[in-house]
Design a protein around this ligand. Structure first.
Ligand SMILES: [Zn+2]
Length: 505
């Protein structure tokens, strides 16, 4: 039986700021499924959410160039689409909320636009699907919750490998569920070819509610994507209501972003600022509280030309962040949007998951262990060299990211830091950065540098690996001594302060 056939048509013309529309329909009889087909008159940034009568988001949708036009929300996961929340479909009034802009960097619709959402509901037999749908997959992550959904079917502590070591992963990936070209299967396959131990699923404004079986650890996440900058909630364990229709403006306002960072953090996610200096997707929210940021994506897809400069700027600004006393972890992300054989630059290297690779020291290969160690800074990022770093204080060796305060207080204030690289060329330079200054440079596959911090004030030391002509190959997070009380609180204030010393935004 098919109960409802409805079409919602909307035209948007002229200058509309973040146009948002609610389309409602009512289920009056027992229903097993609802099928939607979305048609948009031109390419745009199209976001759609479906809320059931209890206000639970049951479907998250974005229309990119490769995304499906058809979506099924079914009682049974096996018939439902990816990014839905399968389960009983309560009777009553359902709401589709759509917000749409010209593109990812505009908060307006300036050029006329039309869309149509055809909607059908029924029971027993399956809908007559006319468009490809992306199946839900076998690994269900999400369950209902009074405030939305929670990812409590995801096994946060389950290890797919035991043992302390450096695990290689990627903190920024996309699929056809937003504006990527890769299916989830293709992401898994490429990750395996790239010898990744893990990656985080970070589609734009879509928190994955399921995934597929595979040999790589897939960690739930989302790239909260506003027109003024992007950030990842890594390890998102519940629905994050980012909607611009929220009272505080959600992802699109300064106040909304600070609230969202706090909410995401309280739910256990790491908040990671993405490609902060990569225009036009750079971070433009000046009032963002620096204490709300756990990590920062310093190195976004190196095959994308503009990232050369954006990464250098990010590294420089990261030094200002650390000098201010914020011990924010630096990570990398491929931001993979292309098929594995495609390049952004003609004749250039293909843009691949795992380039750059972010290496995390962890007790085991589980989401909680990986994310917990990112928070602690046990991280380096590399396009090739495998690093072996140690900071020796007294008799004990410490790894990347360690707070050496206690060890130095007990054993004198000297640390002998050593690095050895496994790499296919000896033609590399090791750069030692102490408190933001390049203090020592050495050519070759090993180097050492001793610090003496007997003044007992706050200090830090990290390493960059570069080619002979200066191209970045890898960087570590700092080891450090002491604490510093920051004097500025926001992103914008720190940019201002950095400008005094010549930093150009
Ligand atoms: Zn982004």
């Amino acid at each position: 039986m098919i109960y409802t056939t409805q079409k919602f048509q909307q035209s948007i013309s002229g200058e509309s700021h973040l146009p948002t529309f609610n389309h409602r329909f009512t289920l009056t009889e027992e229903t097993n499924w609802i099928y939607f087909e979305v048609e948009v008159s031109r390419a745009c940034w199209f976001n759609m959410l479906l809320f059931d009568p209890n206000g639970v988001p049951r479907l998250q949708y974005m229309q990119g160039k490769s995304s499906p036009k058809g979506i099924v929300l079914h009682q049974d996961a096996q018939h439902s689409s990816a990014a839905t929340l399968p389960g009983p479909l309560p009777l009553g009034e359902w709401t589709l909320e759509v917000y749409v802009t010209d593109n990812a960097t505009s908060d307006k619709v300036k050029k006329e636009l039309e869309y149509q959402i055809a909607c059908e509901a029924g029971s027993q037999e399956l809908p007559a699907i006319t468009e490809d749908i992306v199946p839900f997959g076998y690994d269900k992550w999400a369950e209902y919750d009074s405030n939305g959904f929670v990812l409590n079917s995801y096994n946060w502590d389950d290890a797919i490998e035991e043992g302390e070591k450096w695990y290689k992963g990627d903190f920024h990936t996309h699929t056809i569920l937003s504006d990527g070209s890769m299916t989830r299967e293709a992401n898994l396959k490429t990750a395996q070819q790239q010898e990744l131990d893990f990656f985080v699923a970070t589609d734009h404004n879509i928190i994955s509610t399921s995934w597929l079986e595979g040999e790589t650890l897939v960690i739930p996440g989302v790239e909260i994507t506003s027109t003024k900058g992007h950030w990842n909630a890594l390890g998102a364990s519940r629905w994050i209501d980012y909607r611009p229709s929220r009272k505080d403006g959600g992802l699109e306002t300064e106040q909304g972003v600070n609230h969202l960072l706090k909410e995401a953090n309280e739910s256990g996610a790491l908040c990671s600022m993405n490609h902060p200096f990569l225009a036009p997707w750079h971070w433009q929210m000046e009032h963002t509280s620096l204490s709300g940021i756990d990590s920062i994506e310093l190195w976004n897809d190196p095959t994308f030309r503009a990232n050369g400069q954006a990464t250098e700027k990010a590294l420089l600004f990261w030094s200002h962040i650390w000098n201010e006393g914020y011990t924010i972890t630096g990570i990398g992300g491929s931001d993979s949007h292309l098929l594995p054989h495609k390049s952004y630059e003609t004749g250039g290297k293909p843009s691949l998951i795992g380039d750059p690779g972010t290496y995390v020291w962890a007790e085991r290969l589980s989401a909680s262990s990986i994310l917990g160690n990112v928070k602690k800074g046990h991280v380096y990022v590399s396009r090739g060299p495998v690093l072996d770093f140690s900071a020796q204080v007294g008799e004990t060796s410490y790894k990347i990211g360690e707070d050496l305060t206690h060890a130095m207080d007990q054993n004198g204030y000297e640390a002998l830091c050593k690095i050895a690289l496994t790499h296919d060329s000896e033609e590399v330079m090791v750069h030692w950065m102490e408190d933001g200054k390049l203090v020592h440079k050495e050519r070759g596959l090993s180097s050492s540098y001793a610090v003496n911090w007997k003044d007992q004030s706050y200090h830090w030391l990290r390493v960059e690996i570069r080619s002979i002509d200066g191209e970045l190959l890898a960087f570590t997070n700092p080891v450090y001594y002491g604490k510093k009380q920051p004097t500025v609180q926001t992103w914008g204030e720190l940019i201002q302060k950095a400008r005094v010393t010549g930093f150009e935004n």
